[in-house]
Design a protein around this ligand. Structure first.
Ligand SMILES: C[S@@+](CC[C@H](N)C(=O)[O-])C[C@H]1O[C@@H](n2cnc3c(N)ncnc32)[C@H](O)[C@@H]1O
Length: 275
């Protein structure tokens, strides 16, 4: 681990040493699989299939229970890492953007919460791509809250190839999709967006890898970690300019047994299509 400072980090570095490493990894594996392992990461895998073969069978994100915090808290509250997204989104709206594709946008959290902070044009259309369980809850919530501009689909392929959106948002989500590197999604889309806002991505300086995360309620998910420069270059190669990037200090990744693949913050990125 390249971070320095806290007593916990120093202790962790000591435990990662050759004498204690295997005991540490065994203990962390147990902790990861238990209820109090929520949020923890474990394991290094070649693919999502290999990660799924190792994980206990579970519905991953397609589980109603995972929506509770999103409905009750995240539709009404924003966090420090949301401000850059709201800033660029507000500018995009001021420059005439009227359609948003929000990939992995949960029950419409960004739509519901951001409109409390920025002026959303009344004619905006905001389309969320989600897993089926969350789509149902999001539609119900939109009806309850009178959000007629908010739409949901569980078909990413269809969303990419139907009428293009001027703004794409994806926060803390692409890493959980097997085949959704931003550059690849852009290539698959019928019309590429003018604005691409990516938040809470696990990016670092090393090689891409797959790990797993305990996502709560007895659920686990495979997750990609990406090399930062390669991901950025792949988007730039499609004609985008990286206009902003910010660290997301509220998210970090510690991978037991692999300090060189651990990092202290996630990343947010804003790309604009070149004129
Ligand atoms: C950590 S949550 C982030 C939610 C929200 N964007 C936020 O920032 O609060 C990840 C989201 O990605 C969604 N997700 C994961 N895999 C997906 C898939 N294959 N297709 C659509 N959505 C997916 C999950 O259901 C979940 O809502």
């Amino acid at each position: 681990m390249t971070t320095h400072g806290s007593a916990a980090q120093i202790m962790r570095e000591l435990l990662e040493g050759p004498v204690t490493r295997s005991a540490l990894v065994r203990w962390r594996r147990q902790q990861f699989l238990a209820k109090d392992g929520f949020g923890f990461y474990f394991g290094l895998f070649d693919s999502f299939a290999a990660a799924r073969a190792w994980l206990p069978p579970n519905p991953e994100f397609n589980n109603d229970a995972l929506a509770t915090e999103y409905v009750e808290v995240r539709t009404q509250q924003v966090f420090a890492y949301d401000y850059p997204v709201m800033w660029w989104l507000d500018r995009a709206f001021r420059h005439g953007a009227r359609s948003v594709l929000d990939i992995g946008g949960s029950v419409g959290v960004h739509y519901h919460a951001y409109r409390l902070y920025i002026d959303m044009p009344p004619e905006v259309t905001w389309r969320v791509v989600e897993v089926p369980a969350i789509v149902s809850i999001g539609r119900r919530l939109a009806a309850e809250r009178g959000a007629a501009e908010l739409f949901f689909t569980d078909d990413l392929g269809e969303a990419l190839t139907s009428a293009g959106a001027e703004v794409w948002i994806s926060a803390g989500a692409l890493q959980y999709m097997e085949d959704a590197r931003p550059g690849d999604l852009l290539k698959r889309s019928k019309e590429m967006p003018m604005h691409l806002l990516l938040n809470k991505l696990p990016l670092y300086e090393g090689d891409d890898f797959v790990t797993t995360q305990n996502i709560g309620e007895g659920c686990f998910a495979p997750m990609h970690v990406f090399n930062r420069d390669r991901l950025i270059r792949a988007v730039e190669a499609l004609g985008y300019t990286l206009r902003d990037r910010w660290p997301v200090h509220e998210r970090s990744l510690y991978l037991p047994g692999y300090p060189e693949r651990s990092f202290p913050s996630f990343t947010g990125l804003y790309f604009a299509a070149e004129p």
